[in-house]
Design a protein around this ligand. Structure first.
Ligand code: KG4
Ligand code: ZN
Length: 343
């Protein structure tokens, strides 16, 4: 089955083509094209929805054309179209959804509605020659850590999931971006904080780790942001060393919380695999520390982390999630839903 995936939930415009063989194997990626309006948002310190939507309109057709050319296919070779219907920015989402509906009508091919958050989980099901490519065993636990979300989800089998908990306020990536902003770093701050943290002392500041021992699988990161602000304000000036230490201590606090909750959920639900996903999963320290903790506490559990390019937003993960969760509606009933979450 050949699927064209379309992702336009935020500032990335992406189209990808996958070839899926069966429910038990990972999918083959034939092309994955991404255009981004990030440079506009770096200047303003955050995403301006109107600007993101305008750029989506400019990029969408060229990006789809390029995905077909790169895969050496024609539109007539496509069996189905998978599109992100939410969550995300309404203006951006509409560009992808309306384009997918048009193609579905013209080509008379089914359209699969995809939850963007499922996309982040299913980035782990893309075949990648650079990774081990072990088979993912169920039940699996997925930790989604992105700019907009922090969620723990139990995947019992394809199409059968249970949401265990999520953030009550800021997402992990959002906390990093907001802390970066108060440190004067450009948007998105996650990668910059990671590189500054490498030179800093993660024990220098003992920032709070909200809800780390709570009996649920919820997260809270807004108190951490306030604690960092208080620390910055108490310093006579912000030297390079201060910056490095604050970044290292902030990153450590976030990673400690993410790992504690993930390990707790993995034990409670006796999972066989842990799947990371979302932009923050690109963080090498998070991956290394989680791997270390799993090796000690849960040696029979396998950790899966997508290649860095599939952690941040892309259409390959949307096409893949669409294949394994075929929610097919007539094109007339397919609609963008910016508030979509887990039911
Ligand atoms: O998944 P994503 O591309 O977009 C959303 O769906 O939100 O995630 C973007 C988030 C941003 O908050 C960014 O700061 C964070 O991922 N991020 C990182 C790293 N790379 C991106 N956070 C920590 N370390 C990184 N290396
Ligand atoms: Zn995302």
């Amino acid at each position: 089955m050949i699927i064209l995936g379309i992702e336009t939930s935020c500032d990335e415009t992406s189209a990808a083509i996958i070839e899926a063989l069966g429910n038990n194997s990972k999918v083959n990626l034939l092309s994955n094209i991404i255009a981004t309006s990030l440079s506009f948002h770096t200047k303003t310190g955050g995403i301006i929805p109107e600007v993101a939507a305008r750029e989506q309109i400019k990029y969408i057709i060229p990006v789809i054309n390029e995905s077909l050319t790169k895969a050496n296919l024609k539109l007539s070779n496509i069996d189905a179209i998978a599109v992100t219907i939410g969550p995300g920015l309404i203006g951006s989402l509409l560009v992808g959804v309306e384009t997918a509906k048009t193609f579905s009508y013209i080509l008379q091919k089914p359209i699969i509605s995809v939850n963007h958050l499922f996309g982040h989980m299913y980035a782990n099901f893309i075949k990648d020659e650079n990774l081990e490519n072990k088979e993912i065993q169920f039940p699996a636990l997925s930790l989604i850590v992105s700019g907009g979300h922090t969620d723990l989800v139990l995947i019992k089998e394809h199409g059968k999931i249970e949401w265990l908990g999520g953030t009550r306020d800021d997402a992990a990536g959002e906390a990093l971006d907001k802390i970066g902003r108060l440190l004067g770093l450009t948007y998105p701050a996650g990668p910059l904080i990671e590189s500054l943290a490498k030179k800093g002392d993660s024990k220098k500041y003992n920032f709070p780790r909200p809800l780390i021992t709570s009996n649920d699988f919820d997260f809270s990161f807004s108190g951490l942001k306030t604690a960092v602000l208080r620390q910055v304000n108490s310093l006579p000036s912000l030297t390079n060393i201060d910056m490095e230490n604050i970044c290292a201590s902030t990153q450590k606090a976030i990673i400690d919380i993410l790992i504690a909750k993930t390990i707790k959920a993995a034990k409670k639900y006796s999972v066989k695999s842990i799947l990371l996903g979302g932009g923050v999963a690109a963080n090498q320290t998070l991956k290394d520390e989680l791997k270390q903790k799993i090796n000690i506490d849960l040696p029979s559990v396998d950790l899966f982390v997508p290649n860095k390019k599939f952690c941040t937003d892309n259409a390959a993960m949307i096409a893949t999630a669409g294949f394994f969760n075929q929610q097919i509606l007539p094109w007339k009933k397919t609609e963008a839903n910016p508030q979509l979450y887990f039911d």
